[in-house]
Write a protein that binds this ligand. Structure first.
Ligand code: UD1
Length: 418
């Protein structure tokens, strides 16, 4: 298994081109199964997850390929009506296939995704809404067996009992081809959901967004259309936090500042300075990092759960106590024991982490556990004295395109080893 070795401490200085958003690319790539024709989706990051989704779609019979950040669909038709355990197990986002496939084809079966290291991550919200739309569902042998009762799915008036990005995407996609007008309330409105809506609209879907309510008038068919995926706000936020932690200065190109509005407000209160260079390039610097009394992760536009681990790592050497509460997932503190290996003084109290000041951090041998937790280890390694070895970096390769090359360009002494 590959690992990276980082010699610290260093200060991040340089320029990084932010990649396209992973979390926007995956549902958009999946949604192509809804529509006819062919298209090119640009700015798709070359990551383990995006490459893996290409093989899932190919396994289902879709004629797709992926080269140089462009995902090309030549024909979106599905010939195999089963998404197997071997695939779904490795990428939870594949559950979002269920809605669009069952909207276009009468039958489909998909392996139950199961829990993962950050939480149980149920799919009850997805299944409840699909049932209402007229899908007969049964769970047998670890698979969700789905069959549409009628010629088309039925439009629904539905309020999600919890805000879920995945369930919103799944039911939104299913509704585009349903009979009638669906009204979905309490939806996730993350930028990645909005980018999916933009793509579906380009393909001919009729969708209106008002606050957390989506109104979707079903249409008879969708036709694929070219699209450019939005920049990755989580990747950008991760490099900004690494810069703050290491008191550095970086320029980020290809970023959408609005998608990071609230986190940037928080980071400015911690001492981040921002200078706009052109509409999509900004310089970020921080010479005096301050603590953060308390913060909670929340659905967009709140503080993203995907930037929680990196925030904790950035605060390790700051003078006063900071408190970070995780509200989205019940078990997203898997990075805490690994951060303690650097000498970090962290206490866990329920779903809150208290970051106490640590004068000295020392490089250590650690293990990457999930995508974002892994980047927190990179930040800790950059601000620690000596050598850090991060094992199992396939998690980083799932979410951060060329992360080692980008960090090296900013002065980090990082080597990848087989
Ligand atoms: C979540 C994050 C998303 C992030 C992604 C990967 C939110 C709202 N969502 O999206 O920003 O990029 O993780 O880290 O911040 N849930 C159920 N039943 C369901 C579906 C979800 O109980 O059927 C629960 C989950 O267990 C979780 C919460 O709802 O506690 C939010 O889940 P959801 O938004 O669906 O997760 P992702 O789509 O993975």
């Amino acid at each position: 298994m590959q690992k990276v070795i980082i010699e610290g401490p260093t200060s991040l200085k340089g320029e990084i081109n932010i990649s396209g958003s992973k979390n926007a690319s995956l549902p958009i790539m999946i949604s192509t199964v809804l529509a006819k024709g062919s298209c090119l989706i640009g700015n798709v990051p070359n990551l383990r997850d995006t490459r893996f989704l290409v093989s899932i779609l190919q396994d289902l019979g879709c004629k797709v390929d992926f080269q140089k950040n462009v995902f090309a669909v030549h024909s979106s038709s599905i010939s195999k009506k089963s998404a197997d355990y071997e695939y779904v197990r490795q990428m939870r986002a594949s559950i979002v296939l269920l809605g669009p496939v069952i909207a276009r084809y009468k039958k489909f079966k998909i392996a139950l995704p199961g829990g993962c290291s950050i939480g149980t991550r149920g799919i009850d919200l997805h299944l409840e809404a699909l049932k209402k739309m007229g899908v007969k569902l049964s769970i047998r042998n670890g698979y969700v067996h789905a069959e549409r009762r009628n010629e088309k799915l039925s439009a629904i008036k539905h309020s999600f009992s919890k805000i879920s990005v995945g369930a919103t995407q799944n039911i939104l996609m299913a509704s585009t081809l349903a009979k009638g007008k669906s009204v979905l309330k309490n939806c996730a409105i993350e930028p990645e959901v909005i980018d999916l809506i933009k793509f579906l609209t380009e393909c001919g879907a009729k969708i209106k967004v008002k606050d957390r309510t989506l109104t979707i008038q079903g249409v008879d068919e969708l036709n694929l259309h070219n699209h450019e995926v939005i920049p990755d706000r989580v990747e950008a936020g991760s490099y900004i936090l690494a810069t703050m932690a290491s008191k550095g200065k970086i320029t980020l190109n290809n970023i959408n500042i609005d998608d990071l509005a609230f986190p940037l407000e928080v980071y400015q209160s911690m001492g981040l300075k921002i200078k706009q260079l052109n509409p999509s390039s900004y310089e970020f610097s921080c010479s005096n990092l301050k603590s953060l009394k308390k913060i909670k992760t929340k659905e967009f536009p709140g503080y993203p759960t995907d930037l929680q681990a990196q925030l904790i790592a950035s605060l390790l050497k700051v003078g006063q106590k900071s408190k970070i509460t995780e509200n989205i997932f019940e078990n997203r503190f898997i990075h805490i024991p690994e951060l303690r290996r650097f000498g970090a003084q962290l206490d866990i109290d329920g779903n809150t982490v208290v970051v106490n000041k640590t004068n000295d951090l020392f490089g250590a041998e650690v293990m990457a556990t999930d995508i974002r937790a892994s980047f927190s280890l990179i930040i800790a390694a950059i601000i620690s004295k000596g050598t850090t070895t991060i094992n199992r970096i396939y998690h980083l390769d799932r979410g951060y395109e060329d992360f080692d090359l980008k960090l090296k360009k900013c002065g980090v002494n990082i080597k990848r080893k087989k």
